[in-house]
Design a protein around this ligand. Structure first.
Ligand SMILES: C[S@@+](CC[C@H](N)C(=O)[O-])C[C@H]1O[C@@H](n2cnc3c(N)ncnc32)[C@H](O)[C@@H]1O
Length: 486
């Protein structure tokens, strides 16, 4: 093809609409709001790479040249993932779903929309560490994704620190080999046991090997599809399950498709294990295996929590310093407080430490405190608000929605989850959902005030009136850009 020798033709609305229609038909992906910018950037990049003189020329290449749709798709998918994401949903597998089927033939699991492999490898690691290698030998773990580039990375199984985000070091030491350059590779005995397949979940063809599954993990994928595609995929996934099989979806999916998922039209029935929702095909299993350690409900924000003290150095003293932005001084008081007598006291101290670390942008350390808190109580509200804010710091909108959804579940009165979910939905171009979230944030703020944030001190540098005003603007126009100070 001739080299480009003139200024590239602009991508006009006609071409853009055509590419949107084509991609929706071929991959089910939709491009609204901020995602339209992603599409335009991706198209321009591929047009330069294929040295096309015009958009008509590129359109021809995209529709007829083998592999070009894959290349473009790789630029347009959001591959955000990490190890042991929503770890409770993995425990559902090792502590309830698999034990119920033990001894009844092979147990087959699919991670649908598996991205770089973090999810299916986490599933395999969870099974090995909880049930042992013998049980794992009876399990098949598969991952599928539309994006061939990310699948190649998944097969390679090489990751840097970012994919571990607060992962228990024991898991990292056991299941990864350091490559000496800061990267780690999944050990062969796990890597060789996870099979990856390129599949377009929105298309018509699914390989035979993905039939008759015991469990499907379909998490943080559907948000990128339009409603009819989302629903078609739920029917398809239900069809891939054997009777009694389980569909596990993320909080994002539950939140976005609540009504449809609850409808039962697809033959899936909602179930719950240890506060974790999942959907089961066919006859109900009435007695899921009980949790080995049921979560202990602790009212961390409740009036009854005692205030840990040591001499004149107290939790209250540290909180006061933190509210004056004297974070190091506050942390040094908290570090000197004695080992607390009760889990409630130590949880309160951890919550304040994590909030301070977050404000200092020490995100990994803040996350680690949240993980520690969640080991004591999976529903502790601070931990989910802080994890959501940490994801906001990292620009991970799916993560934000997941954590703030849990925070809203843990404390129905606080405004923070709704405010920040509004922000995430707006960023993803899901404006009606953003608007509803801001409406709820406004209602919570008006009723309970800015102090009902779920944190020991406020996450934003705005007064209550400013925040109320800001929510009203966003209810009117959810896509309004943020003011600089937030
Ligand atoms: C945000 S990642 C989610 C990864 C993982 N499930 C998790 O929760 O960490 C979304 C993945 O869905 C994949 N995806 C998007 N559209 C798809 C389609 N039509 N068929 C299969 N996978 C798709 C993307 O390529 C991307 O890797």
């Amino acid at each position: 093809m001739a080299p480009l020798n003139r200024k590239p033709e602009n991508l006009g609305p006609g071409h853009l609409e055509h590419f949107k229609r084509y991609l929706k038909e071929k991959s089910g992906l939709i491009f609204v709001g901020n995602r339209e910018t992603l599409l335009i950037t991706g198209l321009k990049e591929r047009r330069v790479a294929t040295r096309c003189q015009s958009w008509d020329n590129y359109r021809n290449i995209l529709e007829n040249k083998a592999g070009e749709l894959d290349q473009l798709t790789a630029l347009l998918t959001v591959n955000e993932s990490y190890f042991f994401r929503e770890a409770g949903q993995l425990e559902l597998l090792s502590r309830s779903l698999y034990p119920l089927r033990r001894g009844q033939g092979r147990f087959r699991i699919l991670s649908a929309g598996c991205s770089s492999g973090d999810e299916p490898y986490s599933i395999a690691m969870e099974l090995v560490r909880s049930l042992g290698v013998e049980a794992f030998a009876t399990v098949d773990v598969m991952g599928c994704d539309i994006d061939p580039v990310i699948l190649a990375r998944a097969r390679e199984g090489i990751y840097n620190d970012y994919a571990f985000r607060g992962l228990d070091p024991e898991i990292r030491n056991r299941f990864f080999t350091p490559l000496g350059d800061g990267r780690f590779q999944v050990i062969d005995s796990i890597r060789n046991r996870v099979a990856f397949h390129q599949v377009n979940l929105a298309g018509n063809l699914v390989p035979e090997v993905l039939n008759n599954l015991d469990a499907i993990y379909y998490r943080n994928v559907s948000i990128y599809f339009d409603k009819p595609t989302q629903q078609r995929i739920f029917y398809r996934l239900a069809g891939l399950l054997r009777p009694g099989g389980t569909l596990v979806v993320s909080a994002t999916e539950i939140f976005s498709h609540n009504q449809f998922l609850e409808s039962g039209n697809h033959g899936l029935v909602r179930r719950e294990w240890n506060s974790i929702l999942f959907f089961q095909k066919g006859e109900a299993r009435t007695n899921p295996v009980p949790a080995i350690t049921p979560p202990i409900p602790i009212a961390v924000n409740g009036e009854t929590v005692p205030t840990p003290t040591v001499g004149t150095q107290s939790y209250e003293g540290a909180l006061k310093l933190a509210m004056e932005n004297r974070f190091d001084a506050a942390l040094s008081i908290l570090d000197k407080l004695p080992g607390s007598a009760t889990p409630v006291e130590s949880m309160k101290i951890m919550g304040l430490k994590a909030t301070i670390l977050l404000r200092q942008n020490r995100i990994a350390a803040a996350r680690q405190h949240c993980h520690d808190m969640q080991k004591m109580d999976a529903l502790v509200v601070e931990s989910h608000v802080i994890m959501g804010l940490a994801d906001r710091h990292d620009g991970d909108y799916d993560g934000m929605i997941t954590h703030f959804r849990k925070a809203a579940y843990a404390d129905a009165n606080i405004w923070t989850p709704h405010f920040f979910m509004g922000e995430a939905f707006a960023a993803l171009g899901l404006l009606p959902m953003a608007k509803r979230s801001y409406q709820t944030a406004l209602a919570r703020l008006s009723k309970y005030g800015i102090g009902a944030s779920g944190l020991p001190f406020g996450p934003l540098s705005l007064s209550e009136n400013e925040l109320l005003h800001w929510c009203r603007i966003r209810v009117q126009s959810p896509a309004t850009p943020e003011p600089k100070r937030i």
